[in-house]
Design a protein around this ligand. Sequence first.
Ligand SMILES: Cc1cc2nc3c(=O)[nH]c(=O)nc-3n(C[C@H](O)[C@H](O)[C@H](O)COP(=O)(O)OP(=O)(O)OC[C@H]3O[C@@H](n4cnc5c(N)ncnc54)[C@H](O)[C@@H]3O)c2cc1C
Length: 432
Amino acid sequence: MALQEQNYWLTTTEFPATDLSRPLPEVVDVAVIGAGFTGLSAARTLAKRGARVAVLESETIGWGASSRNGGMVLTGMKLGVNKLISMYGRELTQRMYAASLASMDCVEQIVIEEAIDCNFSRCGHLEVACKQKHFDDYARQAEVIAREFNHTLRVVQKIELSAEIGSNIYFGGMVDEVSAGCNPARYVAGLGGAALKAGAGIFENARVQKIERESREGAAGWKLTTSRGAIWAHDVFVGTSGYTGRATPALQKKLIPIGSFIITTEVLPEKLAHELSPRNRMIYDSKNYLYYYRLTPDRRMLFGGRAAFFPETSQTVRQSAEILRRGMIDVYPQLSDAKIDYVWGGTLDFAFDIMPHAGQMDGMYYAVGYAGHGVAMATYQGQKIAEMMAGDKPENPFVGIKFPGAPLGLYDGKPWFLPFAGAWYKFLDWVS
Ligand SMILES: Cc1cc2nc3c(=O)[nH]c(=O)nc-3n(C[C@H](O)[C@H](O)[C@H](O)COP(=O)(O)OP(=O)(O)OC[C@H]3O[C@@H](n4cnc5c(N)ncnc54)[C@H](O)[C@@H]3O)c2cc1C
């Protein structure tokens, strides 16, 4: 098969159908912007609590990062635990780590409750060390995580690494058995089906263009102008992550959209697939400019990374195929003859402090900033912020933490500095 510039996961997935001719309701309790994990998880929770909910999606269900990702359902956050403790202190970091573990259970529970057929499996993740000093740090990290968060990670010496991965370029690894893998497109499609079943309306091809405060019959609320007409909502929940745009300018300025790209090989022989990843882990390396990879349920090697720093265009996607193929062969020379069947890209959302953020901004609710750890955390934040909107006081350590903008405010949502950031991360990988 010739290389296809297409998201492989979509070839395995059927999405729920929505009626494109159905007019938007005039009034709802909550307008949710974005039909990814965040928005759909929020919509499901709110609709189950009896709220009238309209999910407004400029493209189609799961069109954003939620169908394009590696399907790694990971514990922890992008930043390491020592950094987190230095930023937030022990008590708040403990609550954040506990939330990251709870987010795993949240996904698993939804998958079971809604019977979502998405190959969810607690196969664990493996981080591999690209340098000896990265490996030396694993023992320190595992010790802090065991002591502070009562969570066990297993450090794997280089000599034992072949039981985990069929590559000998690494200096050792660290395994977390709690992490999981799934087919993300099937998961987001299932979440969409669950939100519909709970009574939420999902409106595809409905780009939100403008949001204005407007009272109605004495009640404060919002008028949203969309490409499918206007709608009035008591509350707005923004779940647009890396695709956040001009409709929410204050949020857009706080986020850096970063491209990430993925290739998948042809289906591999069973013996070779087992040699590459004997325990079927979700794998990523210890660099800033990192690679992440795994086997798909039908035994393709899925290999991703920030091959280009800019968000996906047909040019960055095409260039990424070859860059990632070379990266994959560096890790797995066994794959030098394997054909690449698919390549695609998507956009991640990074806050300037590389942390998830949620709560209220300009009177609207939001949850963003998952920095490549969004499968579990986006689902969880959607649920927790929805509970907050419904009047509960759920535990959520990411609400109310400082949400920094660009240094000196020098950013209007167009990431002109990305080539410099990319070069900087490459430099850091070289020296650290
Ligand atoms: C290539 C890639 C690999 C990744 N790998 C992993 C991984 O393995 N594990 C992991 O945990 N995370 C991973 N991530 C991150 C994860 O996919 C995201 O954090 C997560 O999907 C975010 O979900 P979301 O619902 O917040 O946003 P999205 O899924 O991006 O959805 C946002 C939606 O908002 C819509 N939208 C935007 N503006 C408007 C508007 N004005 N009106 C209406 N709709 C609008 C968009 O069309 C989009 O569908 C990866 C991301 C990428 C791109």
